[in-house]
Ligand binder design. Structure first.
Ligand code: SAH
Ligand code: SF4
Length: 371
């Protein structure tokens, strides 16, 4: 049975043939505008509520909800109707709230540094499964208004193009989240970027670059072998020309891998002509990748090099690491992200932040929040 947010307005009307039109609208508004489950739509007659509970079922069943030590980040682990699991992250800021949604259960792109990539691909998410993550986060964010949606959870949104795009349209039209506050992040699916450029709604585009020469990017991001940098930059240029929206390059700084002056120069050569903004984030540790994030001094130096080359860069706050909710850590497992002993020894040497031993962790190490 499709989830409540996979039911269109016409389908809802057909589900309620005996009801007057205003009732269908009432149900629709209850669901989309107020985020109510049918059982909580107290302005409906009781028998109708009960009937609707059998047809407008939630697609997401909460398995676990973790809140970071500073209360500003919430991560959900959801179970879908077929038993697959996905995660969603809500980040609160003083004046806004952003939800990071999954677009697929798992991911087939195989980036070795990413926990989702390490776990492999399960299946595409439906439109309703994507939308419902936003509806749930909107409820939790109250009294703050959920203002921004980023497709930076599990999965590659442009490898689930049609459903991702339908979800964007519904968020814009039915939930009142302007496309200008929606960011689609891609590892570089060139045909998908070209399609995005032709859509009517202007979303922000984030490209996860991580390396600015093919030889290195082929290693870090396997999809680069199919869509090398020259093609990718051409598609980014088309997107900019068509949409005029902000383009950003995501760069996970990996110690001794992509954090040298040479890397900064190569990145600037790509970013400068496109006016792209660079988001730097020290790599978050994951169980399957034996390399650490660049230490703080290295991050600052990299940012300064970019600045000298005329490229604006922001160091992204590392949210929710203590609940394994940070970028790249989503793996839909209940256990915390653990580091293997070798990695822990290196972390100790480089001064990376490690928390105290976790009782349920085999290696005894969990990550602590770095702010
Ligand atoms: N598949 C899309 C969107 C989901 S990944 C993409 O790759 O863009 C969201 C972001 O997390 C991407 O920028 C990705 O490169 C980044 N990421 C993945 N693993 C990471 C890690 N271990 N540390 C920091 N960022 C990571
Ligand atoms: Fe997939 Fe993005 Fe992770 Fe690469 S970084 S494996 S594309 S989710």
């Amino acid at each position: 049975m499709p989830g409540a947010f996979d039911v269109s307005k016409d389908e809802l009307t057909n589900l309620l043939p005996d009801q007057p039109r205003y009732r269908t609208l009432q149900v629709w508004r209850g669901l989309w505008e107020k985020g109510l489950r049918p059982g909580d739509m107290t302005d409906l007659p009781k028998d109708l509520r009960e009937r609707l509970e059998g047809v407008l079922v939630p697609a997401l069943h909460e398995v676990a909800r973790s809140v970071s030590s500073d209360d500003q980040t919430t991560k959900w682990l959801w179970q879908l109707a077929d038993g697959r699991r996905i995660e969603t992250v809500l980040m609160l800021y003083p004046d806004r709230a952003t939800v990071c949604v999954s677009s697929q259960a798992g991911c087939a792109m195989g980036c070795g540094f990413c926990a989702t990539g390490q776990a492999g691909f399960d299946r595409q998410l439906s439109v309703g499964e994507i939308v419902e993550q936003v509806v749930e986060a909107r409820r939790q964010a109250l009294p703050r208004r959920l203002s921004n949606v980023v497709f930076m959870g599990m999965g590659e949104p442009l490898a689930n193009y049609d459903r991702t795009w339908s979800a964007v349209e519904l968020l814009h039209l039915n939930l009142g989240i302007s496309a200008r506050h929606i960011t689609v992040s891609t590892v570089g699916v060139v045909p998908g970027i070209r399609r995005l450029a032709k859509e009517a709604l202007p979303v922000n585009l984030a490209v996860s670059l991580h390396a600015a020469r093919d030889e290195l990017r082929d290693e870090i991001v396997p999809l680069n072998r199919r869509y090398p940098l020259a093609l990718l930059m051409e598609a980014c240029g088309e997107y900019l020309a068509a949409k005029g929206r902000r383009l950003s390059f995501e760069w996970a700084l990996i110690d001794d891998v992509n954090d040298t002056h040479r890397d900064a120069s190569e990145l600037a050569e790509l970013a400068f002509p496109l006016g792209a903004h660079v988001n730097l984030i020290p790599l978050n540790p994951t169980p399957g990748y034996a390399t650490l994030g660049t230490p703080a001094e290295g991050v600052a130096a990299f940012r300064a090099w970019l600045g000298n080359l005329g490229v604006n860069a922001t160091v992204r706050a590392n949210r929710g690491t203590d609940i394994a909710a940070a970028c790249g850590q989503l793996a839909a497992r209940e256990r915390p992200v653990t580091l293997r002993p070798k990695l822990r020894a290196r972390a100790a040497q480089t001064g990376a932040t490690l928390g105290s031993a976790a009782p349920n962790s085999p290696t005894g190490a969990t990550l602590s929040s770095s702010g």
